[in-house]
Design a protein around this ligand. Structure first.
Ligand code: PLP
Length: 408
């Protein structure tokens, strides 16, 4: 049998991205049993790290085993019962993912839309809350498909004042910027692993408050086989078993009531990734992302590329550029990967074939990587047949000068 051989890559997509070797090393530790006191201690510490990472005191801060969409689906399928009304603002593909999850949970969706590349003014969302009076608002914070950052700092309070539950997809922004869950009064927030946190995908940190917990526990059903006599059956119990947050609460609390078998190596990765992120500091980490994004964006402009979308609402962890005329999206990206081991992303729907998305996420966001990326990307672009004039020297000079004259 051949050994697994993985070639070296510089991943500059909006996830998954490279992992700090200390995370990989932690994952190679021996497996522990899920009720081993040492593992239980790591689980408890991981919950505390998740609380710190979301700047929250929420007891209910634990990971979902599964990729970020499992986190989104756990939250939506636990809070939304058939017939419940949910407001979902859409500024790109991931607003449609919320729409899809709510529909599959039997909820009634009210969408409000913005043209691609734009975001909502928070007052427009608050007006829609008053118009539709939904039970839940489900909103995407960092819309990676368009590279837009939706402001949400006033949304949590507005929901609370109206008795509405706020649910936030912070998959792409988590650990790439500061998301003060308690200060923003958000009810349930889903983070991401393989983006700015820089650990392998497959585990998703989430947090929710007691108000949200009370609401989902009205739908609690403990599964057959571990049910105690005092369990009472509710109407409209949560249909999902694996993604039932109320059963997961029993698993992630001193009860340790058995549910799934926790993924040991994923917990090692999450624990280590969070330790590294918090020792860097959330604010410092946010500044590092914004710092390198600004330098690379200036260099790409100097190269002669157009930045996609309004820069006043851009995410600092993705740069979207219009694909230059005459260059084909997928063949170019495949060539960049084959020739230089560098990966960038295209986009979805109407933006497919029109923009490239360059991720500025997590561990890979370091000066030498950004310089390597710019040099190889520009050189390969120049080698394309139909490309118009590109100012490679200006681009490199811009980035080098930026790094010489600025500090994070
Ligand atoms: C904003 C956003 N939400 C949700 C997801 C889904 O995450 P996953 O692929 O980990 O399930 C992504 C992934 O790209 C994302 O960017």
């Amino acid at each position: 049998m051949d050994d697994l051989k993985i070639n070296k890559r510089l991943i500059m997509t909006p996830g998954p991205v490279s992992v700090d070797p200390r995370v990989s090393q932690a994952m190679s530790n021996s497996i522990l049993g899920q009720f081993d006191y040492e593992f239980v201690d790591i689980m408890n510490q991981t919950m505390e790290l998740i609380r710190k990472s979301f700047l929250t005191k929420n007891q209910w801060s634990f990971p979902i085993d599964g990729t970020s969409r499992a986190g989104l689906e756990a939250v939506i399928s636990s809070i939304v019962k058939p017939g419940d009304e949910v407001l979902v603002p859409v500024i790109g593909r991931f607003g449609y993912l919320f729409t899809e999850l709510v529909t599959r949970a039997g909820g009634k969706v009210h969408n409000i839309h913005k043209p691609m590349g734009e975001v909502f003014d928070q007052s427009e969302i608050i007006e829609a809350l008053d118009q539709y009076k939904p039970k839940v608002l489900a909103i995407v914070h960092g819309e990676t498909s368009t590279g837009r950052l939706q402001p949400i700092d006033q949304i949590g309070r507005a929901c609370k004042e109206r008795g509405i539950y706020s649910v936030v997809d912070a998959v792409a922004t988590y650990q790439g910027m500061v998301i003060p869950v308690d200060d923003w009064e958000l009810d349930a927030v889903i983070g991401g692993a393989q983006k700015c946190l820089s650990i392998p995908s497959g585990i998703t940190p989430i947090t929710f408050n007691d108000r949200f917990s009370d609401a989902i526990n009205e739908r609690k059903r403990v599964e057959l086989g571990i049910r105690s006599t005092e369990t009472t059956e509710q109407d409209h119990f949560i249909r999902s078993n694996y993604l039932d947050l109320t059963q997961l609460q029993d698993y992630w609390s001193p009860k340790r009531l058995n549910h799934h078998t926790e993924s040991t190596t994923s917990i090692y990765a999450l624990y280590t990734g969070l330790k590294l992120a918090l020792s860097e500091g959330i604010e410092a980490r946010a500044q590092r992302h914004a710092f390198h994004q600004e330098g690379l964006k200036a260099a790409l402009k100097a190269l002669g590329l157009e930045i996609y979308g309004d820069e006043s609402n851009e995410m600092k962890m993705v740069i979207c550029v219009n694909i230059p005329e005459g260059v084909e999206d997928a063949p170019f990206r495949n060539g960049l990967l084959k020739n230089y081991g560098i990966e960038i992303a295209g986009s979805f729907g109407d933006l497919q074939g029109k923009i490239w998305r360059i991720g500025i996420m997590g561990y890979a966001v370091q000066k030498q990587n950004i310089l390597t990326f710019l040099s190889a990307f520009a050189a390969y672009l120049l080698s394309q047949e139909n490309i118009k004039h590109l100012n490679i020297a200006d681009a490199i000079k811009t980035l080098v000068n930026y790094y010489d004259s600025n500090e994070v």
